[in-house]
Design a protein around this ligand. Structure first.
Ligand code: UD1
Ligand code: UDP
Length: 378
């Protein structure tokens, strides 16, 4: 594996290293498409644009304003130079359409480098198209593994890491995961860009009054997010989760992802949940952070939300059997409860951890480090 990586990367690195050493700016195409990617790209884009040229491409995977536009506004992410408008569909269809559009963009823009984020189909499409041009790929959030291939994201991560020249790892665990797969070249521990975003926006989030508008009592409610197909597209599973929320005896606020909204309605679970919980549309990053910071606990199957709960010292109950963010589990801050009603209720009843959270996610300067690596790519 190491040799294969070595051979395919040597050629690609040559161009960039020489440009970096000459002090020239590197022309970068950044590919984003889904909610968490707009958040992750915001600080990196800002840092990268101080020294390099960036062309921002939105695949159109997320297109509702509250899953897309609101993040560009709240986080000052520049408007995309291209929106491929791909939209929703099966994995193969969606990824294929993105690839066709991205190939045209790369052909037109002739970048030196392609930057992708996380583990969505937009990440996969960006990495595959670039690696066949061939162009070097930088993967922000490289090295994550949940070690369960039932998640489409796990397949995306493995493939994207395998074709990436610059593997930008958020945590030491991610570096170790790659080492175990024989990937060591181009691997850099930079910290977590979501931690950068959390620190930079904490005060602005505190100024939001969404809790008051929703009549929530600070420190009393559960903040819920759900969108994994394995949780929300199976009636029995979603039914068990809803039952736990109803029986928790807690106030619940739940910004509902469109995939989940459809399922709750289709499975006849919406009305009973709405009778007891505050179901709202997805909110922007600052409102979400405001809700999170004042929650008693977070209940989620999101990758990013598990981490944000940890950043802000809010106990999290994760409705999955495993997580790619094992750091959050230490000290009892994140309980992997799975999806059985009783297990969720038990986890919700556990007392708040007494210890501190660790600083496993860096120092809030991951974006700067990424921009610096692009200067030299050495
Ligand atoms: C995608 C990512 C997931 C990521 C999540 C972030 C993949 C395979 N999945 O999941 O890794 O955690 O984004 O939120 O890339 N829909 C709308 N409006 C939109 C977008 C989607 O109504 O703007 C609905 C459509 O019915 C669509 C469904 O949501 O079929 C799922 O959207 P999709 O982007 O395919 O997957 P997510 O569950 O959002
Ligand atoms: N988020 C948000 N509004 C919401 C729900 C989530 O801004 O209504 C943010 C949250 O703060 C986190 C990110 O969306 O930064 C997580 O995205 P998501 O759960 O969709 O994807 P994942 O992290 O699981 O890939």
């Amino acid at each position: 594996m190491a040799d294969r990586q070595e051979t395919s990367l040597r050629f690609l690195e040559g161009t960039i290293i020489s440009r970096g050493l000459l002090g020239e700016s590197v022309r970068i195409v950044t590919v984003v498409g889904a909610r968490p990617q707009f958040i992750k790209a915001a600080p990196v884009s800002r840092a990268v644009r101080q020294r390099h040229e960036e062309v921002l491409v939105h695949t159109g995977q997320h297109y509702d304003a509250n899953l897309s536009d609101v993040f560009f506004d709240a986080l000052d992410l520049p408007r995309p130079d291209y929106n491929l408008g791909v939209g929703s569909g099966s994995h193969a269809w969606q990824t294929g359409e993105m690839m066709k559009g991205l190939e045209r963009v790369l052909d037109q823009e002739k970048p030196d480098f392609v930057l992708v984020y996380g583990d969505t189909n937009s990440t996969l499409a960006g990495a595959l198209v670039a690696s066949k041009v061939p162009l070097p790929v930088g993967h922000v959030e490289a090295g994550l593994r949940a070690y369960n291939r039932v998640y489409p994201e796990e397949i995306n991560r493995i493939i994207v890491d395998d074709v990436s020249a610059l593997l930008l790892c958020p945590t030491p665990t991610a570096v170790d995961n790659l080492r175990r797969e024989g990937i060591t070249r181009g691997v850099h521990l930079v910290g977590d860009v979501m931690y950068d975003v959390a620190l930079a926006n904490r005060e602005a989030a505190k100024a939001r009054d969404i809790g008051r508008r929703l009549n929530l009592r600070d420190g009393e409610y559960l903040l819920v997010t759900l969108h994994r197909p394995s949780n929300v597209e199976d009636r029995a599973t979603l039914g068990r989760i809803v039952e736990a929320l109803l029986r928790s005896g807690r106030e619940v606020v739940f910004p509902v992802h469109p995939r989940t909204r459809k399922s709750l309605r289709a499975f006849g679970l919406w009305d009973s949940l709405q009778a007891k919980a505050t179901l709202i549309e997805p909110v922007d990053y600052l409102d979400f952070t405001a809700l999170l910071m004042s929650a008693a606990k977070v209940v989620t199957d999101s990758g990013g939300v598990q981490k944000e709960a940890y950043f802000f010292g809010v106990p999290c109950v994760t409705l999955r059997e495993e997580t790619e963010w094992m750091e959050t589990v230490s000290g009892g801050w994140n309980l992997l409860a799975g999806t059985k009603t009783e297990d969720i209720l038990n986890a919700l009843d556990r007392p708040r951890p007494s210890g501190e959270t660790s600083n496993a996610f860096g120092d809030g300067r991951a974006a700067e480090k990424i921009a610096h690596l692009l200067d030299t790519f050495a």
